[in-house]
Structure formats: C-alpha cells, structure tokens
Design a protein around this ligand. Structure first.
Ligand code: TXA
Ligand code: MG
Length: 335
C-alpha cells in the first residue's frame, strides 16, 4: 500500500487525536521522542507490528522497544517489575532508559522478536505520553529509519526514509538527545548495559553494580545479549575509518592517507589546517546530538571516504563511540 505521507507539527490541534485514530486502526505513525524519531504501532496488534518490520526492512529476530505513558503502564508490558527496575524508572523516567523485563503474555511474540523478554521505555515528550494514554495500548516503536541507516533525528529524516510507506509523521522538531535510549537488563542486583546512551554507566552505578556488555565496544562473536547489536547499523554510504589518538596523530594520518575527496570528521575545537572538514560537536553531548544528522549529511553530499576522530569512551561519549564504530564497520586505526 502507498500513502500520501503527511507531516503534521505535533502541536497542531487535533494532531494527537489523528495519530491515535491511525494507530488504533492498525496503521503506523512516526513520532518524535527525546532520543530519536520512532515508528509507532499498537504493541498488542500483530498485524500492525508486522508492518513495522516490513516498512523498515528489519530482521524479524530484532525485538522492538515498547513505550508507555508512565510507571503505571509498565505492568501491561512486563510480567514482573523487580525492585531495581522500579527504582530506575522512578529516577530516570520519563527519559532515555529502556529496561529489558520478563514479557507480559499480552505482548505478542512478533513484538519481542520471539524473546520472552521485552524492552520497556517511558519517553520524555509529554504530548507523546498523552498520545499513548489516549490510545489506551502500549506503543511498539523502533527508530523510524530504514534498517541499517542512521536513526532519524528530524521529521525530514523520517520523510526521506519512509515517504509513501506510512500515512503520518508527527513533527516535534529536532530530537534533543540525538542517540537512542540506553538499553539495560537486570541480573539479580546487577545492571547490564546492552546499548549505551544518554543515561550513562556513571549515572546508573548509584543503583547497583553496572556491567557493560562486551558487544558495546567490540565486534560480537556468538549470541548477542541484545539482538540489535549484531546488525551493521547507523551506516552511511561513506567509507569511514576511526582514528584513535591525539590530534597530531590524526592530522599526520589524514595527510598521509587522504586523497582529495577524503573528508575529516572532527571535533569543533580541533585546531588544524585540514580543508575537507566536517565538525560534529565539541562535548560528548553535542556529538551525540549531531552524530546521526552528520552521518546523513555525508550521504547527501555524496562523500565517499571519511577519517573520523575517535570519541572518548566515558560518560555519554561511550554511546557516541558505540554508534560511530558501527558506522565505520569497526574499522579503527589506533596510535
Ligand atoms: O531511544 C530509543 O530507544 C528509540 C526511541 C524510538 O524510543 N527506539 C529505538 O528502538 O532505538 P530500536 O528498535 O531501533 O532499538 C531497540 C534496541 C535493539 O538493539 C534491540 O535489539 C534492543 O533494543 N532490544 C529490544 N528489546 C530487547 C530485549 N527484549 N532484549 C534485548 N535487547 C532488546
Ligand atoms: Mg534502530
């Protein structure tokens, strides 16, 4: 089915009601969140959820995150809410934290990618929580990009990927955070980070021992704890190599190996004379907010080859590194 895809500002009177009507009739609607745009469907509706996988070209074994309006809504998604999960939701929600919990049988297998667990998140945009409340059902929503492309951080990104494939995009301007939520699972008292994000290891460590899954920084072998991590992700068409080391080494490497079409992806405060240069932020927060937009820009400008500065791996920098190393298909040169 082809749609005449409509983009509606979130604040347009009636926009939320129209979105709710579509979702309850089994259609997909792209929605803004504080992290990235999501492709929303009724999480209880198998046929609607199937459309998500079709429209994105997403592998069926990659589970979806299910969103709710508040802590009271978690129990219709998860069968049990351990004490640690309760504390974490109370502290970090609404916000960019997804907790993997035992699935409520009401959530169909297709939504959880065949797993007995489900990722639960309460997004930090009041109008979107209102939308979920009006729908009266939890909302399954992966990032609203075509599978394998960088996640969308604006309504225009969503339109570029999904034009004609969905009826409605709610436009909530640029996403504040710009990288997807932190995904964690709980093991007894311990907290395991499956995907790093704006809620950092440092933030979580107040609530228990925090383990970072080995798939976060490295290339995976074996069965990943989070199926999404095994897929090539966030990748623009450009061939990216990460260069790890101080600025002088980067400049040395660039000058030695770049041809005239090669671009340098750099931090705003890097002082150097490289002309083919794109900046993606100074602090980790800025870099997080700009990364996906910048990766899409590389394709829009038909840039073919990129050497990128390696983000720091502490705090929110770990999330930036995790996405950029995948965009680089794990090509890393360290000094
Ligand atoms: O910020 C976000 O999380 C955005 C917005 C729209 O909420 N959503 C998002 O969804 O990034 P998606 O589907 O693009 O990424 C979900 C990630 C995948 O890596 C998936 O494997 C993991 O979460 N995940 C979901 N459910 C899981 C589960 N039950 N066990 C382990 N990993 C799970
Ligand atoms: Mg995604």
């Amino acid at each position: 089915m082809r749609y005449d895809t409509k983009i509606m500002p979130l604040r347009t009177p009636g926009a939320i009601n129209e979105a709710a009507k579509l979702i309850l009739s089994g259609e997909l609607v792209a929605i803004p969140t504080e992290t990235v745009y999501g492709l929303a469907a009724n999480a209880f509706d198998e046929n609607a959820v199937r459309k998500i996988f079709e429209v994105k070209g997403r592998p069926a074994d990659n589970p979806l995150i299910v969103h709710t309006y508040g802590i009271d809504g978690v129990s219709e998604i998860a069968e049990e809410i351990p004490e640690t999960a309760k504390k974490l939701f109370e502290n970090f929600s609404p916000g960019p934290l997804t907790i993997v919990l035992k699935k409520n049988p009401k959530i169909p297998q297709i939504t959880s990618g065949g797993l007995g667990t489900v990722g639960v998140r309460i997004p930090d945009i009041a109008d979107i929580r209102e939308l979920i409340k009006i729908c009266g059902v939890p909302i399954a929503a992966p990032s609203a990009n075509l599978s394998g492309l960088p996640s969308p951080t604006s309504a225009r990104h969503v339109f570029n990927d999904l034009q004609g494939k969905i009826p409605l995009i709610l436009d909530g301007d640029e996403c504040k955070i710009g990288l997807e939520s932190t995904v964690i699972s709980l093991q007894n008292e311990d907290i395991k980070i499956l995907r790093p994000g704006n809620i950092t290891k440092e933030n979580l460590s107040e609530f228990g021992k925090v383990i970072v899954d080995e798939g976060v920084t490295g290339e995976l072998s074996g069965i990943p704890a989070s199926p999404g991590m095994k897929y090539k992700h966030y990748a623009p068409k450009a061939d990216i190599t990460l260069i790890e080391g101080e600025l002088p080494f980067f400049i040395y490497y660039f000058n030695k190996n770049a041809d005239e079409d090669t671009f340098a992806l750099m931090f705003d405060d890097d002082e150097c004379a490289i002309k083919n240069r794109i900046n993606f932020g100074k602090t980790s927060k800025d870099q997080a907010a700009n990364l996906f937009k910048t990766l899409r820009e590389l394709d829009e400008r038909s840039i073919k080859k990129v050497f990128a500065r390696c983000p720091k791996k502490t705090d929110e920098g770990l999330a930036v590194y995790n996405r950029l190393i995948r965009a680089a298909a794990f090509k890393l040169h360290s000094f």
